[in-house]
Write a protein that binds this ligand. Sequence first.
Ligand SMILES: C[S@@+](CC[C@H](N)C(=O)[O-])C[C@H]1O[C@@H](n2cnc3c(N)ncnc32)[C@H](O)[C@@H]1O
Length: 911
Amino acid sequence: MPDHPSREQSARDAERAEYLDRLRGHLHDPDFRAIEGFPIGDDDAILALSDPPYYTACPNPFLPEIIQRWRTERAELRQELGLPDDSHDNGNSQIPNSKFQTPNPQSPITNLHSPPVYHREPFASDVSEGKNDPIYNAHSYHTKVPHKAVMRYILHYTDPGDIVFDGFCGTGMTGVAAQLCGDRGAVEELGYRVSEDGIICDGDKPVCRLGIRKAILLDLCPIASFIAYNLNTAADMASFEREANHIIREVENQYGWMYETLHTDGKTKGCIHYVVWSDVVACPNCSTEMVYWEAAVDVKNRKVYDPFQCPNCGVNLTTRSVQRVTETIFDQSLQQPAERAKQLPVMISYSVGRKRFKKLPDQEDLALIQQLDARPISSWHPIVEIPRADRYFKDSLHLRKLTHVHHLYTRRNLAVLAAVWERIANARCSHRTRSLLKAWFTALLSRLDYLNRYMPQHNRHVGPLVGTLYISWLSVEISALNYLRSKLRSFQRLQSVSCNNAVSTGSCTRVFDVPSNIIDYVFIDPPFGHNLMYSELNHRWESWLGVFSSTEQEAVVSESQGKSLLDYQRLMERSFVEIHRVLRPGRWMTVEFHNTRNSVWNSIQEALSRAGFVIGDVRTLDKKKGTTNQLFYADIAKQDLVISAYKPRSGFERRFLRNAGTADGTWEFVRQHLAQLPITVKQDGALEIVAERQPYLLFDRMVAFHIQRGATVPLSAAEFYAGLRERFAERDGMFFLPDQVPEYDRARLEAAEIAQLALFVSDEKSTIQWLRQQLDPATGGRPQTYQDLQPQFLRQLHQARHEVLPELSEMLEQNFLQDVAGRWYVPDPTKSGDLEKLRQRALLREFAEYVEGSGRLRRFRTEAVRTGFADAWHRRDYAIIVKVAGRLPERVLQEDPDLLMYYDNATLRMD
Ligand SMILES: C[S@@+](CC[C@H](N)C(=O)[O-])C[C@H]1O[C@@H](n2cnc3c(N)ncnc32)[C@H](O)[C@@H]1O
């Protein structure tokens, strides 16, 4: 039944037509088409998908207008809610600069001049919460962060009306989360309390106000932005359901016969649910052909044998040793003969009435399949080659000679899909309804291709292997007709959202056309290095849309795309530079990151700092407990990380640049950094040491901040530590601004205990920190003898293979002092300067040997290289850094954040 457009709809159609005209104009402009990350597709395909102004299947040229409207609405809303005007809050204010200034316990930050309106501490919580939600499950994607998890972040960092940005938005969960921050039920479901007048509280602690936040969502892949648009745009659900049901009825009538099978009673017709297909393989010993299912699967006992025996010669076979048998068929879509791996149907699951049955395919079933293979598909379907260079093509598809997207489906599923797609295109409904129908269609695709697997061990079928294009020995054809209904049910559970978020398709390396300093908060979940090639995985879905991802800017490490870790780092850095540009000063970005390698993690850290961000907190997630832990020089391989980074306030950046390379600049940095850090972190009643407040991390952050801005570091470590004590208040080995102390002291009195940080001791630097923790009463340690320390040290140590680690006694002598009873203790800051000088001299002597030598250094003292690099940086002798870096093993350089930072920046200066 056709939609009868309401007056509102007609107005919307007219508005869309006007914007489409404007978009068409942009598409004719070669400069517009030259924007980085511009998808591959002709004008018609891009226009057909787009729903301007809010969504375009290319960079969105209407963002400036949308943002301007949102900013006006935001200002009005803030006034209405009694929130202070923060339009000029770009942070020209100063943080108190001495511990002797009187703190004001009433305000979170005491400022002498205009205090910043906005202040939030870094925040981290579980990012996997809410995976059972209908919105989360409506459309699958290769990795997703559930919107419920993102909501907690948005509630923490923003107020109603704020604009949130996600530059790697995938399916747009960040936008859904932003919307639902205005939904009382959704907020309460997370365990927050919402008062009558809309104040959201976590326990007794007020968090923010109830209210919708706006989101700008960007992704390189057209399929991702298309899903994001559909989950973030109001729709007429009744019209959608009506049209979908109508289409289902039509295709059922037309194609129902393709999914019929004869019941074992020999007369009743059953409806197919799924068919298991097995590869046909050949024995390498006697060349006998066999159906893998028959040779290797014991259905009754739910076993798959590997190895299994050749039924002819009895030789032991494995999936590695057998050969795939191929056959030549006539490809009706390509209208030419084609070779493909031979598969045969081996089991059919069907129902008669409400009862389910399984059977072996009979002659009629086989004849039907032959008939379908020979039958041309009259409706349009993509006849598109899968790029041969793609990693997944090379990994698996080429083995089966599956060269085109249409090869991924059985002929009957392809016939039904093509018919549904054609009916969607011709449906007499609004563009919005048509788009939702297309999203329902693309949501079907991942369960209707050969990538779905059958598991005899579990006596059922499971979905595709996530994150690859792998076809197993036993694949499953799920009935497209059945699945249409089942997916419709999951879409029916979607509640249409009440307002529109803005969606753009392009690269985060060029956030077109968002003005600078406008975004209130950023949440991103970028690709993590080598893991997934989104564009390659999305290609088969995008072939239906007719608009494809441009891969040049895709932030991945990829052999097929010719991108190294360094290329990935550069793309991430350029994305961070753009995010830094659009983010308001003093505001936060959360980077959710699943780490697979230390080197990738270091690339991200380096890219963040180079873009101008300062890392305020890094946490690892303990998914089992749903808790987070601080990351502190730990081995982070294979953990989920939440990185909180902020853009320094612009007043501060200006002052720093004036004072860069001076002690004043250093202390200015420390002051503003301390102001951003959490004052207390509590977990299970215990107060945690905030790693970022410890002198070593403060020193590291300070050094990184200088180096990324090309400044020399004016203070040695000893001078820095001594200066810290003079200027800031110390508690439990951490440093605080004067006005932060009362809150910490209060929390300390209430806390059951202070939880120490677990250190991962792998080299000289972490050994010294560990020793300090053991010996310093300020961090819960005490003076100890060598005999006390040595056994504990050996237990802690995980020494890297390349590391030349001095003896424990030597490290004690170089960094600590001994009392008359032979106990080592942490020297008074005034004395540690002399010790440091001595140690530095020794380290530089060692470094000089690395400078003079040639060839690869297999084992070396990393601390000597760090000290040598710092010294060379100070003298602006970048060539030495590059030379010694060239002698280090590549892996060590990539995995050590300090070395990488000096090396990258030295290369940059030399260039
Ligand atoms: C981990 S996924 C994001 C998933 C998302 N959080 C969700 O819940 O659906 C990362 C996304 O980054 C996108 N991407 C890769 N390179 C990009 C670039 N240069 N600019 C924008 N997006 C990019 C990929 O297409 C992919 O959709």
